[in-house]
Design a protein around this ligand. Structure first.
Ligand SMILES: Cc1ncc(C[n+]2csc(CCOP(=O)(O)OP(=O)(O)O)c2C)c(N)n1
Ligand SMILES: [Mg+2]
Length: 658
């Protein structure tokens, strides 16, 4: 291995050595503990330390870094107290997730580290968002993100690189090519010579770096970071290295040819560098021994602290509470001066007034800039807020939701417009795994609103008509809003944007231009978790939301003799069950109407909860009405019969007569 000192002084040369030694010695200790059954899983980065340490030391401490599962050297280079790391691995309170997540699955704002989720790929888009926030804030900072070569096969990798290139984001994409993804060798993973070559296809620069040579890693990354801070742009780095141990310790390395192993063993980043430093007289054997003794003592002391800490205790209230970031709702009363506008205008107005109110808010979506979005909700916005805050995105929902997550981590708010709610399936993973879980895991907020133009009745077929709220009401950590009237839509959207938690905001397309209402002109907010009792009647309770509210109202107009409570839920998470219980206790009969197919929808849960809470008040079985258990059909005749409106009318009459 050839080392070029360049203009690095002795202190720096020694820092790089100590920097690599620490994670190596921690790992060696962990392997012993693993054999003694004192810790569980371990993902080893032995042999790859030069990458984590070289990259982290080249960054400034205020610059974010997003490591993966083999990057212990990132954490140690940011000087995290070791007892906290050990406590994290043991699931203890003084770790970073209070026992809620394992190993390196955590982040810490204090050390500007954003840890991975198991799904690997979303990490890359999160780096885009962090870098975008820095870019918009003119901070002249670089964000570094790691991936293994295996995870470069994920769509998220391609989406993140493309976004970074199109938006000139200063992201250092670091591929650690260690020869294997679990048991899969590189030739079964991709079919090009160097992964760095892919950069050309995204219109970005790249470098191939010897990942086992600490001086090469540090000097090249340092030079590139300086250039990227000056002229923001992404960079793809392929570090050639090798995974010297099993994917995780227990799985072994049987499938790795011995020749390959011994070839790479000779290129150990620490042994070679140590020999070089000794030869150059930069360090003496005595100094090395002292450094090792110091690190060893630090490890042992900190391990003792972690082992001495008692296991975490369970407190149900606390567990449930910390799924969400606390939100101090500020009620801003609607003023008198209203105008009669459409549902679509009310959303546009809420969005516009929120943009004026929050300088840190940006909107992202397909065709939303000058074109104004397919439903024209952001028409005219670029003239008012500029294209840096109203951003057209490439077609890559997963990458953009991850970017929104990164913006939030770096202090911004965002609204992401799904062109149609159906397309959220392409961004599903970061929503349910990253945004939803991040507060519970490491106390970080996901200040993101995802706007969801949804619903049927427009002859738009199976891929432009779904109302998929049940995909999200199922997942703890998300809030789900589903207004039925223009004034509610505006006030609830404003609240969604103020709320630091991730909110799925459903907007029924069928209501956009058909429903008018008086909407206060000025900015105002409405609280989540408060249903609206639209009509009062003593004999039956109708609970619904979205388009269902209008269908139920029409049916009630047709049958003025039916004395019904009509409850518009308005938000599904949080869900106002008190209003439902109060109504059912009064009427003794409940019918729940949802537009979604019936099975597994929210109507079923409401029914179950009412059964548990109000059984002795019920005079009849609870009735649920929803769409047919088929995809949403296109032809008018089929769709009319798919949707539950007609079935609702007969079900209501039946239950009323029960
Ligand atoms: C979406 C997803 N699919 C599969 C896995 C299981 N898995 C975890 S790590 C891994 C291999 C990753 O290989 P690579 O990206 O090369 O990283 P390395 O472990 O070599 O550092 C696999 C298959 C996962 N965590 N997430
Ligand atoms: Mg790999």
């Amino acid at each position: 291995m050839r080392y070029h000192i360049g203009d690095l002084d002795h202190q720096k040369l020694r820092d790089l050595y100590t920097g690599m030694l620490k994670p190596r010695m921690i790992e060696e200790k962990m392997l012993i503990l693993l054999r003694q059954g004192k810790i569980s899983k371990w993902f080893s980065g032995i042999g790859q330390e030069a990458i984590s340490v070289g990259v982290t030391q080249a960054l400034k401490k205020e610059e974010y870094i997003l490591p993966m599962h083999r990057n212990l050297g990132v954490f140690t280079s940011r000087n995290i107290p070791l007892h906290r790391l050990f406590a994290q691995w043991q699931g203890k309170q003084s770790g970073f997730t209070q026992g809620r997540d394992r190993s390196f699955h955590f982040g810490t704002q204090e050390y500007r580290i954003v840890g991975m989720i198991s799904h690997l790929g979303p990490q890359l888009g999160v780096a885009d968002g962090i870098a975008l926030a820095d870019l918009l804030g003119r901070k002249k900072r670089v964000t570094a993100v790691f991936t293994g070569e295996g995870a470069t096969s994920e769509g998220d990798f391609h989406e993140a690189l493309n976004i970074a290139s199109v938006w000139s984001l200063p992201v250092l994409f670091c591929i650690e090519n260690n020869g294997y993804g679990l048991s899969t060798p590189t030739n079964e993973q991709y079919n090009c010579e160097n992964l760095a070559d892919r950069a050309k296809g995204y219109g970005m620069e790249s470098r191939i770096i010897d990942g086992n040579n600490i001086l090469e890693v540090y000097t090249k990354v340092d030079e590139l970071c300086k250039a990227m801070r000056k002229r923001p742009r992404p960079m793809l780095l392929e570090f050639k290295t090798f995974r010297m141990r099993g994917h995780e310790e227990a799985s072994g390395t049987k499938y790795v040819p011995e020749k390959l192993m011994s070839k790479w063993a000779k290129q150990d980043p620490i042994a070679n560098y140590e020999a070089f430093l000794l030869e150059e007289g930069v360090i003496s054997q005595e100094e090395i021994d002292n450094i090792k003794a110091e690190i060893s003592e630090e490890i042992n002391e900190n391990l003792k602290m972690a082992f001495d800490e008692p296991p975490v205790s369970f407190n149900e209230t606390k567990e449930l509470k910390e799924v969400y970031q606390e939100f101090d709702y500020q009620h801003i009363e609607p003023k008198e001066n209203s105008e009669n506008i459409r549902f679509v205008d009310a959303i546009s107005q809420g969005l516009e007034q929120s943009m004026f109110r929050h300088n840190e808010l940006i909107i992202m979506g397909q065709d939303i800039a000058d074109y104004g979005g397919v439903f024209k909700i952001t028409e005219g916005f670029t003239a008012k807020f500029g294209k840096s805050r109203v951003r057209n995105t490439p077609i890559c929902e997963s990458g953009i939701v991850s970017t929104a997550m990164g913006l939030s981590i770096n202090g911004m708010k965002s609204v992401v417009e799904m062109q149609f709610a159906d397309f959220v399936s392409s961004g599903f993973n970061p929503i349910v795994n990253y945004l939803a879980k991040v507060h519970y895991r490491w106390n970080e907020k996901a200040d993101v609103v995802i706007r969801m133009p949804c619903g049927g009745g427009l002859g738009a077929g199976p891929f432009h008509s779904q109302t998929n709220e049940a995909w999200f009401t199922k997942t703890p950590g998300l809030k789900v809003v589903y207004p039925a009237f223009p004034a509610d839509a505006k006030g609830l959207l404003n609240t969604a944007i103020n709320d630091p938690n991730p909110v799925l905001f459903f907007e029924h397309k069928g209501l956009y231009r058909s429903i008018y209402g008086d909407v206060p002109k000025d900015y105002y907010t409405l609280p989540f978790g408060k249903a609206n009792l639209l009509r009062k009647g003593a004999s039956i309770s109708i609970v619904t939301y979205g388009a269902g509210v209008h269908w139920a109202s029409e049916v009630l107009e047709k049958h003025p003799n039916i004395e019904a409570d009509l409850v518009d839920l308005r938000t599904l998470q949080p869900l106002d069950m008190d209003t439902v219980y109060t109504s059912v206790k009064k009427t003794g009969k409940l019918i729940i109407l949802q537009e979604d197919t019936l099975f597994g929808g929210i109507a079923s849960d409401i029914s179950a909860m009412v059964m548990e809470e109000c059984f002795r008040y019920l005079d009849a079985p609870i009735k649920r009405v929803g769409s047919l258990e088929t995809p949403v059909p296109f032809a008018k005749e089929l769709e009319e019969n798919y949707l539950p409106k007609q079935r609702f009318e007969s079900a209501l009459l039946n239950l009323y007569a029960y």
